[in-house]
Design a protein around this ligand. Sequence first.
Ligand code: NI
Length: 518
Amino acid sequence: MLATSISRKLAVTAALGLLLVPGCHTAEQALPYAEAVRIPLDAWPAVQVGTRSVATGAGTVEYRYPILGAGHPLTAEIHTSMAERQTEFLEALPESGTPELFQDTTVLAASPRVVGIRVTETTRAGVNETFGARTLWYDAQHDTVLPWTSLFRDEAAIERAHLAIADVLEDGYDMPTEQLPGLVGEVAQRAARQEAGGSGPGEAGAGGVPPSPDPVGEETAPLDLSDPEQALRAAELWAGSPLADLAFSTAGGLAVRMEPGEVPGAGRVGEVLLPVEPEDAEDLLSELGYHAREAALSGEPDFPLGGELSVEGDSLDCSRLKCVALTFDDGPGEDTERLLDMLAGYDARATFYVLGSLVEEFPEVVERTHAEGHEMGNHSWKHDDLAAKSEAQVVDDITRTNDAIRAVTGSDPLTVRPPYGSLNGTVRRAVDQPLILWDVDTMDWQSRDTAKVAEHALTHTTAGSVVLFHDIHPSTVDAVPEVLEGLHRRGYHFVTVGDLFGLESLAPGDVFTDARAG
Ligand code: NI
């Protein structure tokens, strides 16, 4: 997804985007330059911001994303794609050095009709720095997230936008057509050839010409960019276009980012923002594009945010990611808070299958666990074998424990784990919540051996695993740092049971051991 990648000596120069490069003659007349409408997340006080930040001896990863409402598709897309990128980064960590990955978001437009978000990523390793950016557009009318291509009327409009950029570079920056960079150069050179050699057959003004190389010929029908699938297809065809990181300009046109190295005459070191003038942009935009421009120019983000948000239900799409649910049974206990500190160091979420009787004994621990975004699960009142009980007795036990948890957290636990994993038809009928077992059993209660517990968890966990621990044993809690470090380095995301399975896929009385694919 990286649009571009450059090396810079000093990060600080990037912040001073207007520095003139030494040796360049000072510009006599003002070069065409756009001012982009980009609103920092901090300038949108109403929006809740999700953050993840983990620094280990091997590297640092950090990201921020806006939470537009519980389970909002744009939040889910941003959060999940950032998590995917983090996994790629961690899987490719070098043996030495401590590289860093920072992902962030900026608001480009926000109205009840459309929200535009710019997603940026910066990696640093020693003196090398790479930067990439792309934009995502939430179309409220269709409740879906679209790529940049959906802002344009059709592919011909996308082509004309490239030609407008080419004009700016040729006329404003004195660049010869054959020196224009990337797709802008390809489109401009093709247009110049067509002008010189007569118009191509049946081409004038018709559907856009896909950038070379020509994709297998047959598909000639113009893409309908108001269709999400076709807009995505167009984004693939135009991959590498500077329009992937466009914003609206304060003048009402477009601001298209290019790398300083691609436009040396601009004399800028941070980024070069080329203008597509309002009158040129006018005919290029789709209906969504017009709404987005209107929202951008209105100044203030104005999007109805979804009411009360909890830290839970954090909108990661685990079907696209390496997720793991760490679960801790039989507590809370004396070591639970020590465990919470460890989890916090990795911004990890876990699930705690607590006993109702102990919730009454350690309410402040349960309160803290819940407040830090972990999920509470029901593990019965005092660890009786539920399969040995009558239906009425099971209902009584589970209800009493639900009540004790709700009294502290304000909500019922999402799932139940029967003690010993022991269940039968009576238990399944009696329990009104999904039943969650595990696929990785660390056998920590038996071995009480820190090294063995960590080794077992690290060896057997795969994407979608539910790992069973007991936080009442100090030897188990001692193993957790190694488990977190090892799985984090391999690109895992630590999520709650509810997030791992996706709430909607769980039905009362159903039994699950894991969410592994296939
Ligand atoms: Ni247990």
